[in-house]
Design a protein around this ligand. Structure first.
Ligand code: ADP
Ligand code: MG
Length: 346
C-alpha cells in the first residue's frame, strides 16, 4: 500500500524512484556507495526495495539505535541481528567461522576470548561470495569505535572484491565526517565512492503520489485538499504518506495533520539536540523567524543571551546544524522542521 507508514519493502508499494533504484543497482559492483537525502525522503525504502531485487545475499544493518558512545556489545549486536535476518545461504556461509555461532535463525558473534571475531575476519569470510553490506543511517557509527569500523571497511575496500558497502545517511555532513572523506588521517580517505542522491518529489510527482494512493484505497479526496497538502508538505514523501494515511483514518484536514506532523518533528528535534547547548534552539528559532544571514542570526542570539558570541562559537553552531541536515544557507530543508523550530523554547 502506497500510504503504509513503514519503510517500503516491495516495488509495488514504492512510488517511482525507478531511476535511483537503477543507479543503486548499477553501483553494486563498486566497493562503496552512499545513498543520501534528508529524513523521510525514502532512503530506507529505496534501499530495501532495490536490494530485494538483487540475486546476491544482503546484510542490512540499522545504525539508528546506536547511542553516541556505543560499545563493542552494541556494535556486534547490530551485526548479529543483521546476519540473523540475512537468509539461509549467508548463515550457511559463516556457520563454521571462528567466533560465529549459528543457532537456527539466530547468529551469535563473540568479540573477546579465544573465539574472538574481528570485523576484518567477518568481512573476509563474507567475501567468499558476492555480498552487499548496507548500513542504514551510518553517521551513527561515529564514536569511540569508528576507527575500528573504518579500518575494517578500508581493508575490505582493498582486499574483499566481492563485497559492496552501501551507507545511507540523513545527516550527510556527519556521514562524511564519519567516513573521513576530507580527513587525511582517516582509513577511508582518498577512496572513491559512488553517491546516489534522493531528492524530494516535485509538485506533479507529489500530486500523482497522493492521487495514486487514494485511488488504491478507493477514497476520493477533494482536489483543493490535495493541492493544499502538496503546497504545505514540500514533496517530502514521508510527510505525504503521513497525510495520506491520516486521510484514510477519516481525518483529512491538512492543517490538523500538519500540526501533528510538527509535533512529531518537535520530538525529533529534541532528540537531535539532546545534550547540546540551548544555543542551537536559539539559532533554529532565529532562522525559523526568517533571519537569513550570519549577522542577523547572530544579532538575534546576542539579544537573546544578552551577551556577545564569538564568531568561532557561532560558526560551529551553524556548521553542526548543517551537518545534521536541518538547515542549509540559513534555510530549513524541511518546512515541518521549520514550524517545529518556531515552538522551541530555550
Ligand atoms: P528515510 O529512510 O529517508 O527516512 P523512509 O524510507 O523511512 O525514509 O520513508 C519515509 C516514509 O515515506 C515511509 O512512510 C515510507 O513508506 C514513505 N515513502 C518514502 N518514499 C516513498 C515512495 N517513493 N513511495 C511510497 N512511499 C514512500
Ligand atoms: Mg530510514
Amino acid at each position: 500500500m502506497l500510504f503504509d507508514e513503514r519503510p517500503k519493502e516491495s516495488k509495488e508499494d514504492l512510488y517511482d524512484r525507478e531511476g535511483e533504484m537503477e543507479e543503486l543497482k548499477r553501483a553494486i559492483d563498486r566497493p562503496l556507495v552512499v545513498l543520501r537525502g534528508i529524513r523521510r525522503i525514502g532512503k530506507t525504502s529505496v534501499l530495501k526495495v532495490s536490494l530485494k531485487g538483487l540475486d546476491h545475499p544482503c546484510v542490512i544493518m540499522d545504525a539508528r539505535g546506536l547511542k553516541t558512545n556505543y560499545g563493542r556489545r552494541e556494535l556486534y549486536s547490530m551485526f548479529a541481528r543483521a546476519l540473523s535476518s540475512s537468509g539461509d545461504k549467508l548463515r550457511g556461509l559463516i556457520s563454521s567461522v571462528r567466533g560465529i555461532k549459528v543457532l537456527g535463525y539466530e547468529v551469535e558473534l563473540s568479540w573477546t576470548g579465544k573465539n574472538y571475531l574481528s570485523l576484518v575476519d567477518l568481512f573476509d569470510n563474507l567475501n567468499r561470495r558476492k555480498v552487499v553490506i548496507a548500513i542504514d543511517e551510518a553517521q551513527n557509527l561515529r564514536g569511540p569505535l569508528s576507527k575500528e569500523v573504518l579500518d575494517a571497511m578500508a581493508h575490505a575496500y582493498d582486499y574483499d572484491r566481492n563485497l559492496t558497502f552501501i551507507l545511507t545517511g540523513s545527516e550527510v555532513g556527519f556521514l562524511y565526517d564519519f567516513m573521513g572523506v576530507e580527513d587525511s588521517e582517516s582509513p577511508l580517505y582518498g577512496r572513491s565512492f559512488h553517491e546516489v542522491v534522493l531528492d524530494r518529489f516535485n509538485e506533479s510527482q507529489s500530486r500523482e503520489f497522493l492521487l495514486s494512493g487514494f485511488r488504491q484505497a478507493g477514497l476520493s479526496v477533494k482536489a483543493s485538499l490535495i493541492d493544499e497538502a502538496v503546497r504545505e508538505l514540500d514533496g517530502i514523501p514521508g510527510w505525504l504518506t503521513f497525510f495520506g494515511n491520516s486521510c484514510l483514518d477519516g481525518r483529512c484536514d491538512v492543517m490538523e495533520i500538519k500540526r501533528r506532523a510538527v509535533n512529531v518533528a518537535i520530538k525529533e528535534l529534541g532528540n537531535l539536540l539532546k545534550g547540546r547547548t540551548a544555543r542551537y534552539k536559539h539559532v533554529l528559532k532565529a532562522i525559523a523567524q526568517g533571519r537569513r544571514s550570519w549577522s542577523s542570526v547572530k544579532d538575534y542570539m546576542e539579544e537573546k543571551e544578552r551577551s556577545t558570541i564569538s564568531s568561532s562559537v557561532f560558526h560551529n553552531l551553524i556548521r553542526n546544524l548543517e551537518m545534521m541536515s536541518i538547515v542549509k544557507d540559513y534555510e530549513f530543508l524541511d518546512p515541518i522542521y521549520e514550524e517545529a523550530s518556531k515552538t522551541l523554547r530555550g
